[in-house]
Write a protein of this length. Structure first.
Length: 151
């Protein structure tokens, strides 16, 4: 199935070193990995060596507090091999910081009036939660109108 992709993750690099991670990566590719994810390269030399070592696409993981260098998509393209870049938790971490800042300002000023322009609307929240899709299903499957989910 061309829509099914197997991404195999290898965590051997930090514990057993680059040679072992490369050996495991080769075994994963031989076993059928479509994409290889060797976790936590720490240096440009490791990043470039991994890229040169595999013909399958590589996944690059830039965790906010991880050990992997922050590289741009253009830098990864220049190096070659790295076809997928993930940035886990960045949106969540940004949201936490924004929430703390907004709540601190509300506490300091005693009002939410000064932060309202930095906040999403309730409708934005419902859209994100998928309410329009739920409502469409309710209509499609004939739920009585009085039973519709409302904002």
């Amino acid at each position: 199935d061309p829509d099914f992709v197997i991404i195999l993750r290898c965590d051997a690099l930090l514990v057993h070193g680059l040679d072992e991670a490369l050996a495991r990566g080769r075994a994963y590719v031989a076993a059928g990995a479509d994409v290889l994810f060797i976790e936590s390269p720490r240096t440009m030399q490791e990043i470039e060596t991994i890229a040169r070592s595999f013909a399958v696409p590589l996944l690059y993981n830039m965790g906010a507090s991880g050990k992997t260098p922050f590289l741009s998509a253009a830098e990864l393209k220049r190096i070659g091999g790295w076809k997928i870049m993930i940035l886990p938790n960045f949106a969540t971490l940004a949201a936490i910081k924004a929430m703390r800042e907004v709540l601190a300002e509300i506490r300091a000023t005693g009002t939410a009036a000064t932060v309202r322009d930095r906040c999403a609307t309730f409708e934005d929240l419902m859209d994100l939660a998928g309410l329009p899709e739920v409502q469409a299903m309710e209509r499609r499957y004939g739920l009585p109108e009085e039973a519709y989910t409302r904002m």
